[in-house]
Ligand binder design. Sequence first.
Ligand code: URA
Length: 440
Amino acid sequence: MRMYDIIAKKRDGGNLSKEEIEFFTKAYINEEIPDYQVAALLVAIYFNGMSVEETVNLTMCMAKSGDTVDLSSIDGIKVDKHSTGGVGDKTTLIISPIVAALGVKVAKMSGRGLGHTGGTIDKLESIPGFRTSIDRNEFFSIVKEAGLSIISQTGNLVPSDKKLYALRDVTATVASIPLIASSIMSKKIAAGSDCILLDVKVGSGAFMKNIDEGIKLASLMVDIGESVGKRTIALITDMDRPLGKAIGNSLEVIEACNTLKGEGPEDLTNMCIELAANMLYLAKFGNLEECRIAAHRVLNDGSAFEKFKQMVKLQGGDVTVIEDNKKFDVAKVSHEVLSKDDGIINSMNTEICGIASMILGAGRETKESSIDYSAGIVLNKNVGDKVKKGEKIATFYSSSIEKCLEAEKLLNMNIHIETEAPKPVPAILARVTRDGVEKF
Ligand code: URA
């Protein structure tokens, strides 16, 4: 087999066989073919796409390219969740304890934030003492005892994705639906859970800018999951407004704790109930309505919050900080951003909110940057809210006033206050299952 022929076949619109996909993924990992040939193939895939069968084959070759996690020693159904990346998205911190409180196990590997999107691992590491680098045996024993554990990726999981993603990043081929789907699903499959809930974000703060693109990506990922025996559902959710009020690591943990105590913002609470209900449904807990009722119950009776505290304790975190959020370190500087006009917030570019939070110190510009856990934004107003001139829109937290002023300038340029209210958009735009697409 020759890489040249594989490139030519895809360039001419052909479908690659399983053997051809196996050949190039293995040869690339073993450094037997050069970057420029794989780059040429990626460009051909970008323009000509891949069939579902090709994408499933690529996903499985990538999933098997390194270590895989075998969760079979943990009793019960294990459910994973993946978000395609958002701003202020702290849902994993809330829904994992909800489903664990109802007996469904979550053995989850999460990532760090980069650029305008946050990462669950950074949020958890803002809790003093919380350990995210945990070996397999301890990870399994925490899941067995508490029903949930969230750790950073360990070992050599899907090395093929690391190499391919780095090449896609520099060859302008990231935005290819089959390449995104295989990248995400290979990591979920290697992580070993039985069922997968996908939260595909669309809008200004997300990878997918519109609902049709989101549905295409979601449908392909559901097809991949189901075809390898993993029950998979995707919710298409709106990222044209930040979720909840807090953006930034410890600020988001505080908001997650409030939500777990039944005192969270309504949009975040509702989103978490829907996501948790779908995870429970995947684990065959009941029909969707029964799952929603159960999720509400464990939020209201405190058992989801107890689960979260149990995980924090087992992973070395200071539970007193979770019980009394005033014990979190507070940023040196706080700065109020005031409205420049009377009116209604018509739009607020979510990606810019993420970038503003990064400027304040909450995110990383490069993988090597360090982050300030106490930095970030607490929004007083969101899209659709009325404001008066001089009224507080947000409070910024940072280590310096200069950072606050730079972030304020950026945010002000991207908040549009008008006389008209924006068209209401549902927080959940569609649900994709193996049976089809339901739009809301
Ligand atoms: N997230 C991933 O893990 N991979 C992609 O290709 C895009 C988003």
